[in-house]
Design a protein around this ligand. Structure first.
Ligand code: SF4
Length: 493
């Protein structure tokens, strides 16, 4: 798309969203005024919580919800009483529902970053100065993904935008909109795809004379990624081209025209009993992923049956693993007809499935099992790591009878010498008086083949173990379908 058309596009979207909506105009003003500079730690910490819980606290109801969430006991060690008083979080409210915190361990680990770099309450956060050091938004996002486990993929950009860094948020409906317009080619929701999307929005903002965060908000309202009662989204899964002001410059409209209105679909309850997913399940028939998901959804919308919705969800996320890794708000924003409540039900069902695949609690606590083989370790840790996007390095401390005394998360992030130091790994083993240890880490790529760095680290760990008199029994790399055991391959001697 030529520069002049980009300017026309930016202006038309702005006019469409802002005209007749003082609320959107006010939100744009707020965005302009927001700044991360000179902010205290509590500002960044509360942003992390809001993001992890999918709370939009730009609205009064969202502010109340965030205060309610922060009044949970779990946040006590991460927020001082002074900070909470400043946020008015000590309100007598209903407890916040536990289901909303699906990745609580990631969230608490992220909040722990601030505890480790304590800035006295009331003073500028050292983190706000750190943010200023990065030459561009992508470097800042890369750093955030390393230090905050909760900020996976696009969430790093979302966090930056929410603290006042001038950043676009890569949301999938906006991606679809820009692809249709002909402004963007890469449809993949990968780090590379997100980077391209953020740069495309930055280009539109530059040409349109606005900031990237403003352009991002307007595009997400136009595409339905974010909703506001004052703005009817137009470029949805089924685009409303016939009333869209961008028809004259849209590549999708030029080649496809406006879509035909769809006829009402029969709801599942009007199908023959043999075709209904629930009846099929009761009858012992093996169901597809979409049919199982349709049972959880129960109802569809006016235009789509529950099965149509389920198929759309599976199509959007590609695999159940990716769906399991998405937050309820991501699921809700991805598929029209799925609200936060239904998205939470889907998450709950998938989480139950994941937990059911884990070993029985008796195997993990109390009378701990002996570790018999690397295959056993793979079976035990694979469900835990299968949706992880970062490397986790875990140590199992064992007693003289090879029973696991303790499992310790040594580090998180790209595995290298500086992140996993033998001193850190073995200090826990010494504390537990362990006779032997086993190390494990995952490869988010799914390929367990060891890198040169993995091999060098293993050698150092084995040497350190010898010096300390603690045997290193194995180092197992967990992949998606396979694993690699340094002991099985004879590489520990
Ligand atoms: S014309 Fe249709 S496809 Fe193009 S931007 Fe507008 S709604 Fe989307």
């Amino acid at each position: 798309m030529k520069d002049l058309e980009v300017i026309e596009c930016a202006e038309k979207v702005r006019r469409y969203c802002v005209e007749g909506s003082p609320r959107i105009a006010a939100r744009l003003e707020e965005l302009r005024a927001l700044s991360f500079r000179g902010r205290p730690d509590v500002f960044f910490k509360s942003r992390l919580v809001a993001l992890a819980l999918g709370i939009d606290d730009s609205l009064p109801a969202g502010k109340r919800e965030l205060r309610r969430a922060l009044s949970r006991a779990e946040f006590a060690e991460h927020f001082s009483a002074e900070e909470l008083t400043g946020l008015h979080a000590r309100e007598a409210e209903e407890p916040y529902p536990a289901i909303a915190i699906a990745h609580s361990h990631d969230l608490y680990a992220s909040l722990g970053y601030f505890s480790a770099t304590v800035t006295p309450p009331g003073e500028d956060s050292a983190f706000s100065h750190k943010l200023e050091e990065f030459p561009n938004v992508h470097e800042a996002a890369r750093y955030l993904r390393q230090v905050f486990p909760v900020l996976r993929g696009a969430r790093a950009y979302e966090f930056l935008a929410s603290v006042g860094y001038d950043a676009a948020v890569p949301e999938n409906p906006t991606r679809r909109f820009l692809v249709r317009l002909g402004l963007l080619k890469n449809f993949a929701a990968t780090n590379e795809g997100n980077r391209e999307l953020v740069e495309t929005i930055a280009r539109v903002a530059r040409l349109g004379g606005t900031s990237a965060s403003e352009a991002s908000l307007l595009f997400s309202l136009f595409s339905g990624a974010r909703r506001d009662d004052d703005v009817e989204p137009l470029c949805l899964t089924k685009p409303k081209c016939s009333i869209c002001p961008l028809r004259g410059i849209c590549a999708h409209y030029a080649s496809h025209g406006a879509p035909e209105p769809t006829a009402r679909r029969k709801p599942i309850k009007e199908w023959s009993a043999d075709d209904r997913p629930r009846e099929k399940l009761i009858g012992g028939v093996k169901l597809s992923d979409s049919e199982l998901l349709a049972i959880i959804l129960r109802t569809g919308t006016g235009e789509k049956s529950a099965l149509d919705l389920a198929r759309e969800i599976i199509d959007r996320f590609g695999t159940l693993h990716r769906l399991l890794g998405a937050s309820p708000m991501e699921i809700a924003s991805e598929v029209r007809g799925i609200g936060p409540a239904k998205a939470a039900e889907i998450k709950a069902a998938l989480e139950l499935g994941r937990r059911a695949a884990e070993p029985e609690a008796d195997d993990r606590a109390g009378d701990q099992p002996t570790v018999a083989s690397s295959a056993e370790l793979f079976a035990r840790f694979r469900p835990r790591f299968q949706t992880e996007t970062q490397e986790h390095f875990v140590m199992l401390a064992l007693n003289t009878r090879n029973r696991v005394i303790r499992e310790i998360d040594v580090s998180l992030g790209t595995l290298n010498m500086s992140l996993v130091h033998p001193r850190d790994a073995f200090k826990h083993a010494i504390k537990e008086s362990a006779a032997a240890v086993i190390f494990l880490h995952n490869h988010p790529s799914g390929d367990p083949a060891p890198s040169a760095e993995d091999r060098a680290l293993t050698r150092r760990l084995v040497e350190s173990g010898k010096l300390l008199g603690i045997r290193v029994l194995d180092h197992v790399i967990i992949g998606a379908q396979r694993y690699y055991s340094f002991a099985d391959e004879g590489e520990l001697d």
